[in-house]
Ligand binder design. Sequence first.
Ligand code: GLA
Length: 382
Amino acid sequence: MDPYTTARQAFERLYGTAAHHHFQAPGRVNLIGEHTDYNDGFVLPAAIDYHTCIVGNPREDRVVNLVALDLNEARSSFHLDEPIEHDAAAPWSDYLRGVCDVLRKAGYQLCGADLLVTGNVPQGAGLSSSASLEVVTARAMTQLAGETLSGTQAALFSQQAENQFVGCQCGIMDQLISARGQQGHAALIDCRSLTTQPVPMPADAAIVIINSNVKRGLVDSEYNQRRLQCEAAARHLQVPALRDATLDQLEQAKDGMDPVTYRRARHIITENERTLAAADALAQSDWPRISELMAASHASMRDDFEITVPPIDGLVAMVADLIGDQGGVRMTGGGFGGCVVSLVHEHQVEAVIERVNQRYEAEFGIKPTVYVCHPVDGAYPD
Ligand code: GLA
């Protein structure tokens, strides 16, 4: 059954009336350009065919009722005329509360609503289940109230909710691609100007995402720490953001920098170069170059940015060994677990899955999960 049918049926059962509106926003996979977004740099993600959905109706009063279908129908409610607080018993509702809070503070006239949330974006896997929940909330709450937002505005409010209400100092990538992704394309995003350039996927390319199922711990604190280290490096190099620094500048400043800050900066500067090169390579279906750039990106995340873990490095090595220069593979997302993305020819998909199923659990004692994805439209297709 499609997720909307399930959601509508559950809504009717729980709220006693039919849901007249439905909204969705996709998760994302980042092909290359990791941790570059909050350094004003470049990223190359794609929205994927896994979505967070909201069905619901506006209410006459100012109460917002929420049900999380996939969390045993957990509930949470708040009032739009009162300060919007965290609900300790329903931390999942922070994403929806945060978006309503920032929209309200920005002057949008929201209305009460009965909503039900569901979806199939794997949670805690680094595929942006949170960003897709924020973006679909922005879409639902404004549209139900007759307000309009552009995709970029929806992404910015969603990021603000995550930074200010949830407390993770994330960049703009996840929310922007969830809002503005295009079917069949990755997007080269300039995270300073927020302009996006669609990059067509090679005709026979498949995106295979492998979830390491490593339980991610301390993700937010490690993430926020990386961000501070990058800002310290930019200050040291006297540039507005690491986007503005060159490798030459960094090498010249090396002696005065502590080695960790130096390595963090080297990852960002080289990753920006790789991302721009990868957008070209993808557009030209230059598989050996894609392979080389994704491998270098992974090595840089492992050695300079230090955000990978042994099972992830192991997964990347076992896939790289199979596909050689006919595809690329690297960790994707914030790090410390989560997923590996591999970009391969369609005909290699089965072999990749077989390789991972044969070797990963034997080596690391954890069962992997594999998703074969296609780039889809975001919540705000142009
Ligand atoms: C998380 C953040 C993004 C980005 C990535 C790393 O997904 O939400 O803003 O920084 O990590 O590239």
